[in-house]
Design a protein around this ligand. Sequence first.
Ligand code: APR
Length: 248
Amino acid sequence: MFFTEEFKQILKQAKNVFVLTGAGISKESGLDTFRDVDGYWAKYNPMELASLEGFFDNPHLVWLWYLERRAKANAASPNAGHLALAELENLFPLFDLFTQNVDRLHHRAGNKNIYELHGNIFENHCLTCGLPYFEDIDIEIAIPHCNSCGGLIRPSVVWFGEELPADILSLSFTKAQNCDLFLAIGTSAEVYPAAQLPYNARNHGAYVVEINPNETSFTKFANISFRESSNIILPEIVKLIKDLKKYD
Ligand code: APR
């Protein structure tokens, strides 16, 4: 991979790195994305599977989909892209990883400063009283209900039309505006408010790098785009940074 001198200088000088990841980084771990031609939303209606209305209409169907995805995420392993981000965290004084993914693969890869913008697929809570729910779920036996108030139990992910966790969202904007290097990895940058983050970083002077095999609506605002799979390019970037640091 050829890296420009400008990019090398940016890597050398960066002290405060913000990473935003999306479903694309987990693609090489065998997990589907949403908006690619073979992604979930090419096959299914997001409003049926990932909205409160859809859940009320057919909780059985929604649970089926989430339990299947939970099993897939459990069976998947972090790929070279996730592992490279875990290494990257140790190469800069400040490093934050905000993910739209719910698969917990960044945790399993070893990153520490992880913020989940869209929740995670492994936890559940009561729709009515908010209490967490820890019991095993077998929807062929019954749709789970809260032991305390009887409300419906739902997966602890953020659905369309719902607000993101306020503390994490607010922190993400503060950090995006203060970073000097922003990496947007494997995201179509179509879903707001997360999609706003790279624009904010750029507007506040950060150097913004896009890593995505395909062009996105954000591409023309990025300082540089690598049209590569993240599991290929991220290890190369880590190696480059280590080489650059040798000659500091
Ligand atoms: N490496 C890097 N990027 C990839 C790879 C890969 N190997 N394969 C695909 N991609 C890119 C695609 O080109 C696409 O731009 O990953 C992106 C995935 O985009 P989406 O499917 O829209 O996923 P994401 O951006 O995470 O979606 C945001 O929408 O419905 C939801 O809640 C869900 O968190 C998700 C949100």
